[in-house]
Write a protein that binds this ligand. Structure first.
Ligand code: CU
Length: 284
């Protein structure tokens, strides 16, 4: 009866989400979060039960004399218990993990939005596409630079298909608040995943695969907005507006037209650039 007032989310929040940043901002993230918290609860129950048994044994069977008890009593049932119990635990965890993973990896036939994520050393390009696959056309595009963090503006409540490709090495697309990352491969390997955002907001994104000297520069920002705002944004982009001009059209003006969750890292091009005659080598 006491437990009926609890929710997995409430329990997770009370304990700092057990290491996750939040419950996430997509439907897929919520499922992974719930699986994680439920697994922790199961682990705690097993843990408390085992600690109980240990302390009970320590007290109940403490030393009573110098005579050694029989060393093999109950050894067969114990061995069986030691084998069967972990298999059961793993089987249950595997079952729920498989369900959530299948769901997170599920691709639909008709996604509402298709965005191609192109990673390169050391920036991101986001292309809004008119269809699926590498032969579809780009209808609007945003590319980051050393001075401007690229924004990935997407609608909430719609199935978004992310198609990933890299121009050089392996990178990894990661929005911590989506509780999800996926490697971005060069060549013909095209990683695809789908997500449905359900919380408007601005979330930092990063490259999660060490890809070279300026790996840490590979940041972007996911801007989750309402469907109406997204349509306005995309129409403006299609009409030739810059990302910042299009952002202004949906109410993000001034500084808000740029990333708010992160800033470009200092390239120190002037201070430590190569091939410049009047500079000092880095480290001097
Ligand atoms: Cu990278």
């Amino acid at each position: 009866m006491l437990l009926s007032g609890c929710s997995i989310e409430g329990f997770g929040k009370a304990f700092g989400n057990f290491g996750w940043p939040s419950r996430g901002v997509s439907l897929q993230a919520h499922k992974m979060y719930d699986l994680w918290i439920a697994s922790v609860i199961a682990a705690l129950i097993v843990g408390i039960f085992v600690w109980g048994l240990i302390f009970w044994c320590v007290i109940r069977y403490r030393k009573r004399g110098d005579e050694l008890p029989v060393q093999t009593r109950f050894n067969m049932p114990m061995e069986v218990l030691y084998t069967v119990t972990p298999i059961l635990i793993v089987a249950v965890l595997f079952y729920y993990t498989a369900i959530v993973q299948t769901d997170v990896d599920k691709l639909s036939k008709n996604p509402d939005q298709i965005v191609q994520v192109t990673a390169f050393k050391w920036q991101w390009e986001f292309d809004y596409r008119d269809g699926m696959g590498k032969d579809a056309n780009t209808v609007a595009s945003t590319v980051g630079s050393a001075d401007v963090i690229p924004l990935l503006v997407l609608p909430v409540g719609e199935k978004i298909r992310f198609e990933e490709t890299s121009k050089d090495v392996i990178h990894s697309f990661w929005v911590p608040e989506m509780l999800f990352k996926r490697d971005v491969f060069p060549g013909s390997a095209r990683n695809v995943f789908e997500a449905t955002l359900d919380k408007e907001g601005r979330y930092v994104g990063r490259c999660a695969e060490l890809c070279g000297t300026y790996h840490a520069f590979m940041q972007f920002e996911l801007v989750a907005v309402s469907k109406d705002k997204f349509d306005t944004y995309l129409t403006a982009k299609k009409g030739g507006a810059t990302t910042q001009e299009a952002m202004a059209q949906i109410g993000f003006t001034g500084k808000e037209a740029y990333a708010v969750t992160t800033v470009p890292l200092n390239t120190r091009r002037q201070a430590s650039g190569w091939n410049q005659s009047n500079t000092v080598a880095a480290g001097k």
